[in-house]
Design a binder for this molecule. Structure first.
Ligand SMILES: Cc1ncc(COP(=O)(O)O)c(C=O)c1O
Length: 471
């Protein structure tokens, strides 16, 4: 952001990098933006979550519901707080928790639920809130990836008893780390504030390291940085199979017992200075990401092999990630990266299958399906020309599929059409009609087919490949 680095340097010069008036101002503006009484800045979004859990003072061993697809750290934090994470499957077309699957996982020990607005799309809160109310569950929204997104005109983070936000480098608001706990509940708010205030401040050295490494990392992942190092390196990697090098910079999956030292720190004034600027520009940046997403969606509208993201009714998606399903994700990804189109594979984790959570393992086929999705960049800093190039991914994929298409394109057997129509109306098909794998694939896309206007006539090819065709 223009002038941001200068403002941070000046804060260091004034001796106000660690502590200063910007922290309180940022908390106040953040609360005002969301129309909530209390907002407390924390060392990480995850620590905002930890303090909220501590403030709720739930009985040890209480169950807390998470989507099976989420960032592993958050259920791990719940375990650290003495709770038992319970995973509920997600709808693979929205990537968010499937409201229809929640009640089957509620027990007499369930106390809370965490709707995670994943990839920038709000959860279907109209379906989730009545379930929470019926079972007396505390709702804690995870808005780490969705700052500024709205559901039926209302900002995410304002539906539950409390919410968390993240200011990690790639998020809508970047303050090189940090988070915020937001609530309208005076007791939760006061307790969270007390817990956050108990942490020691960061030292100047820690702060310098934070900004130094953050700026270098940001330069490396900028569009220019990617042109000079990202694409060449990934193109070489793609020759050997794995093109997605981002996994090498992801946080190591591990037990968080004990918490690393950096978790027990206070949010700094220099970070709050950046937060204030980013918050003032949040809506503008989200509008730009949405415009990029629209360009892609339009560009890919007639695609036979790329399925663009589904946006639920009433949701204002902010596209932290633009997720697509592609008929041959492996090959399409590799070829795209060689042409300068930045693809990323799953950005979060299928927690229901992770060894870290083996004691809470549960079969969540929807979440497992999402591992097939690829993410395209639409962040606000992207140039329009980059988005145009990305929208041509369709040509690439079509070329890949050419051979398959000419052989097996269209004309599903009548039995399959009948089954699809039944699925389209929300009725599950007879198992005997198709083998299990293909039935799952049909189910996965049935919702999408009905929800994209004019696309109710989408059909599957007869091949085992997953691509779709317009009839
Ligand atoms: C969905 C989700 N929840 C929570 C977090 C935690 O945020 P932080 O890294 O600030 O602790 C993240 C961070 O990436 C996230 O993606």
């Amino acid at each position: 952001m223009p002038g941001a680095e200068q403002a941070v340097i000046e804060a260091f010069r004034r001796g106000e990098a660690v502590d200063g008036p910007a922290i309180a101002e940022y908390e106040q503006r953040f609360g005002e933006y969301h129309g909530t009484q209390s907002a407390t800045a924390t060392s990480y979004g995850r620590m905002a979550f930890y303090y909220i859990l501590r403030a709720l003072d739930l009985e040890p061993g209480s169950e807390i519901i998470f989507p099976a697809l989420t960032f592993w750290v958050i259920p791990e934090i719940a375990r650290r707080a003495g709770l038992k994470p319970v995973f509920v499957d997600v709808d693979p077309s929205t990537f968010n928790i499937d409201p229809e699957k929640i009640e089957e996982r509620v027990t007499t020990r369930t106390r809370a639920i965490v709707p995670t607005h994943l990839y920038g799309q709000p959860c279907d809160m109209n379906a989730i809130l009545p379930i929470a109310e019926k079972h007396n569950l505390v709702v804690i929204e995870d808005c780490a990836q969705a700052a500024g997104a709205r559901y039926r005109g209302r900002l995410v983070g304002t539906f539950g008893a409390a919410s968390i936000f993240s200011f990690q480098m790639l998020k809508g608001i970047n303050t090189y780390g940090g988070g915020m706990a937001v609530t309208n509940d005076a007791l939760i708010g006061a307790r969270v504030r007390e817990l956050a205030a108990r942490e020691p401040p960061q030292s100047r050295g820690e702060l310098l390291k934070r900004f130094g490494t953050g700026l270098v990392a940001r330069a490396l992942v900028s569009p220019k940085g990617f042109t000079f190092w990202g694409f060449p390196m990934q193109a070489i990697a793609s020759l050997f199979g794995h093109y997605d090098l981002s996994r090498f910079v992801w946080e190591k999956i591990r037990s968080l017992q004990p918490f690393p030292k950096s978790y027990h720190r206070r949010y700094s004034n220099a970070q709050a200075i950046l937060g204030l600027r980013a918050l003032a520009n949040l809506d503008k940046f989200n509008t730009r990401s949405r415009a990029h997403a629209l360009t892609l969606t339009r560009g890919l509208a007639d695609s036979r092999s790329v399925l663009t993201p589904k946006v639920i009714d009433g949701a204002e998606h902010v596209y932290y990630q633009y997720c697509v399903y592609i008929s041959d994700p492996e090959r399409a990804g590799r070829r795209a990266i060689r042409r300068g189109v930045d693809f990323e594979t799953t950005h979060v984790d299928v927690c229901s299958t992770m060894p870290l959570f083996k004691e809470f393992a549960v079969h969540c086929p929807g979440a497992e399906e999402t591992a097939q999705a690829l993410q395209l960049p639409v962040y606000s800093r992207l140039r329009d020309s980059d988005v145009e190039l990305t929208s041509q991914i369709d040509q690439l994929v079509l070329r890949i599929n050419n051979r398959v298409r000419s052989a097996e394109y269209l004309f599903p057997a009548p039995a399959e059409i009948r089954l699809f129509r039944r699925l389209d109306r929300g009725v599950s098909g007879r198992r005997s009609d198709l083998d299990r794998r293909r039935r799952d694939v049909w189910c996965r896309f049935a919702g999408l087919a009905t929800d994209h206007s004019g696309r109710s006539d989408w059909r599957f090819s007869r091949g085992s490949d997953l691509f779709l065709c317009r009839s």
